[in-house]
Every structure is written in C-alpha cells, then in structure tokens.
Design a protein around this ligand. Structure first.
Ligand code: 5RP
Length: 236
C-alpha cells in the first residue's frame, strides 16, 4: 500500500455515550469513504461496525444510488435510512458495481486482508469481486505487520466431517448459519504466506469461501489514525 456477527443496527458511537478513539477512527474512515461515492453509482455495502458509520454518512449525501448489501443486517439499516437496496441473487442482479466499501479484521502492508469476523465473508467477497473499485475502511488497530489466524471460513454442511478432517486446525463458530446456509468456522493453523493458504483453502472441497482477500482485489484502504484520515492506493 502507498500513501461479528454482521449486526449493523446502529453505529456504536451514536447515542452510546463518549466516543472512543477506535470508534472515532471507524467513523472518520467511513465518512471519508462516503465522499468517494458519486451520483448514479452502483454501490456494494459491506457489513460490520465500521460500515455502520458509512451508511448514515452515505444516506446523508442524498445521492441517487443503486445499492446491494453483503448482509441482511446492512440491507435493513440502509433501507431504513432511505437507500435503495436491490437483490444480489440470481441472474437479475447487477452484473457490475462501480464501488464496494467494506471493513476488515486485518489489513497487511501488502493490501491482503482478513475479513469475516462478522461471518459475512462469502457475500462480501462476491460483492467485492463484482466492483470496479473495492475500498476498505479501517481504524488504525486493523493495520497489522502480517496476517495471522483465525481465518474465517464458510463450510458446506454436506460432508462437513470430512472437510474438517482435510483442513485440520478448524474451530466451528457458535453462531447462526450464513444466509446461504453455510457453517461458519475459523481456520486456526499458523501460516507464512497468505496466497499459499488462500489457494489451499480454495482447493479444499467443502470450503464455500474463506476470509483471505488478495491485495489484487483491493483498490484503496481508507484508514484513520487519531484525527488523520489517509486514502492509500493498493499497488498491484
Ligand atoms: C464481516 C466483516 C467485517 O467487515 C469485519 O469483521 C470488520 O468488522 P468491524 O468493522 O465491525 O470491525 O468482514 O464479515
């Protein structure tokens, strides 16, 4: 780079007493990213507590947007704020998006991400992959020297025992299934090379999706540190 569940019911800082430093950073990053959206755009909306600050900032701009959501929770909040959220299911969905904006659990200097702390990583990856520009919003505590476990997984129920045996080092999460019926888990094995692990996870039968997002998928990272917000381009 240069330069938990999926609940998004309300930004934590709003009406919840004094805003902490991290909450302020999430809000600043989200508000900066909201300014990147232009009238008429097709927009992918992420999931999580950082995105919870994006939604009101975007709605307040009063732009004419067509949005899709990475989770039912985000869709509900966005619609309540008056945003147009379309289905992303099936052949009738928008085949391209202009921009998608989402949070992350870890952001490496290379631009690789870990996502899925809120178990929405399968839909988040589908939306990010459909966007011409994928923008990540993060408080400074999300910046890491290198990515580490846990890596979120979504697994097929069918053949689950075999999938777990092939993967090893997996802990099932005690959370509801994904909206697509997938079992949510985390890969806990140590790794050095995220690309190597991403390949292995993708090639393991029974893994629906994993939470490693390659730098090639990420256009920009908007990170706030204290009062400063920086928009960093990810080099490909
Ligand atoms: C949900 C995600 C979130 O984007 C990620 O967990 C960051 O969440 P938050 O903004 O609440 O820290 O990947 O699946």
């Amino acid at each position: 780079m240069s330069g938990q569940d999926g609940s998004v019911t309300e930004a934590a800082g709003a009406g919840a007493g004094a805003e902490t430093g991290t909450e302020r950073e999430k809000r600043l990053a989200a508000e900066a990213a909201a300014t990147l959206v232009e009238d008429g755009m097709r927009v992918g909306l992420g999931t999580g507590s950082t995105v919870a600050y994006l939604l009101p900032a975007l709605a307040a701009r009063g732009l004419d947007l067509r949005c899709v959501s990475t989770s039912p929770a985000t869709a509900e909040v966005a619609r309540r704020l008056g945003m147009r959220v379309e289905s992303f299911e099936g052949l009738g969905a928008m085949p391209r998006l202009d921009i998608a904006i989402d949070g992350a659990d870890q952001v490496a200097p290379s631009g690789w991400l870990v996502k899925g702390g809120g178990a929405a990583h399968t839909r988040e990856k589908a939306v990010a992959a459909t966007a011409d520009r994928f923008v990540v919003i993060a408080s400074s505590n999300k910046l890491v020297e290198r990515l580490v476990p846990p890596i979120p997984l979504e697994l097929a129920e069918f053949g689950l025992a075999g999938t777990l045996s092939r993967l090893g080092h997996v802990r099932l999460r005690d959370v509801p299934r994904s909206p697509d019926g997938g079992v949510i888990a985390d890969y806990l094995g140590e790794f050095d090379d995220p690309a190597e692990l991403a390949d292995r996870l993708s090639q393991t039968v029974g893994v629906v999706e994993h939470g490693l997002f390659p730098a090639a998928m990420v256009s920009q990272v908007v990170v706030a540190q204290g009062d400063q917000t920086e928009i960093c381009d990810v080099e490909h």
